[in-house]
Write a protein that binds this ligand. Structure first.
Ligand code: NDP
Length: 327
């Protein structure tokens, strides 16, 4: 097929996303062409489709930062037709035509082989959010933190990054405290392995520079006052892996947690991670992520539900992870 289905974002006459058709000649440069079978909806995809933040920097754009699929054509020595592959980030859906389409043409250097343990749908149930949760866990471990040091807090726990982080950390033996604004999801979070569930309102308002030491480590996908309070309540020489901004991009903190308690703030970026670190993260996901728990935290939608789901994720109405089936 030279024509294929894809979501198209245009900027003129007004920013809009629609279900559309593309021709292969519109695909951008790359040495591997992939028949996409599955994608997912991350928070960033919500921002791109709605235009709420300037995520998209090329028009027209096909949004979607993650895909799983099968190589259709390749001039890259590492990939041949029929290979099952996964792509997370690298500017897909931002600067390079992305995942919500039947075809993608990308640089082979951006692809990783689909891990044997996962189906393409499971790889997308993980997606950027899950792989970012894994990067956060690796960062805490690199800092020398272990479950013996005390509890770990996960904020935005019922969201994508949060739900995978809860699952991974519980499997590794951590006492996981899940912070959520959705008390009705307490059983969901406990089923994933959370030992305690707290109300995110405890952390979301302006706080003091230091508070009672409550957790040795944290994975924060929320930012703003929440991250400031998380730092202020981290135990001596603990660390916080910061990966998101669901509450806000600001960080109204003081240096107190850093200079009085030796707390470390570990930044997590998934988009431009070098390939060797991606492979490490995917290998750890294959080792540690329970596929039954993955099924419990993910929901499948059709390609024609992507645009409405983008609005829902920004409203905090999506639980766990979403898998998109591309026809
Ligand atoms: P989700 O929308 O699935 O999860 C975000 C969660 O944050 C929500 O489910 C909600 O959890 C909580 N939340 C939402 N709004 C607020 C608010 N105003 N105050 C406090 N908590 C709030 O998104 P993702 O998991 O896909 O992404 C989470 C964040 O991580 C995003 O900011 C995203 O941009 C970022 N991210 C960063 C990456 C990186 O490379 N650094 C990669 C992937 C994601 P609950 O209902 O439980 O309270």
């Amino acid at each position: 097929m030279t024509k294929f289905k894809g979501v198209r974002i245009v900027k003129e006459p007004a920013y809009a996303a629609s279900y559309s058709e593309f021709d292969e000649t519109e695909l951008m440069d790359g040495d591997v062409t992939v028949r996409v079978s599955h994608s997912t909806v991350n928070y960033k995809d919500g921002l791109a489709i709605t235009g709420k933040s300037p995520v998209v920097r090329r028009f027209p754009m096909i949004p979607g930062v993650d895909f799983a699929g099968v190589v259709e054509a390749s001039s890259n020595a590492d990939f041949k037709p029929g290979d099952a592959v996964v792509l997370n980030g690298w500017g897909l859906g931002e600067t390079h035509l992305g995942a919500y389409a039947q075809k993608a043409r990308v640089k082979g250097a951006w692809l990783v082989p689909l891990p044997e343990k996962f189906t393409p749908a499971q790889a997308m149930a993980i997606g950027t959010a899950g792989y970012t949760a894994q990067l956060a866990v690796l960062a805490l471990e690199k800092h020398g933190l272990t479950p013996e040091r005390g509890p770990v807090l996960v904020t935005g726990a019922a969201g994508g990054v949060g739900s995978v982080a809860v699952t991974l950390l519980a499997k590794l033996g951590w006492h996981v405290i899940a912070s959520t604004g959705r008390p009705e999801e307490a059983d969901f979070l406990k089923n994933l392995g959370a030992a305690e569930v707290i109300d995110r309102a405890e952390l979301s308002g302006p706080g003091r520079p230091l508070g009672k030491e409550r957790w040795a480590a944290a994975v924060d996908s929320v930012g703003s006052h929440t991250l400031a309070n998380v730092l202020a309540q981290t135990k001596y020489e603990g660390a916080v892996a910061a990966c998101g901004l669901a509450q806000g991009m600001d960080l109204p903190t003081t240096v107190a947690p850093f200079i009085l308690r030796g707390v470390a703030l570990l930044g997590i970026d998934s988009v431009m991670q070098p390939r060797d670190k991606r492979l490490i993260a995917w290998n750890r996901l294959a080792r540690d992520l329970d596929v039954e728990k993955l099924a419990a935290l993910s929901t499948t939608i059709g390609y024609d539900q992507v645009i409405e789901t983008a609005g829902k994720i920004l409203e905090g109405k999506v639980r766990g992870r979403i898998v998109v089936e591309i026809p």
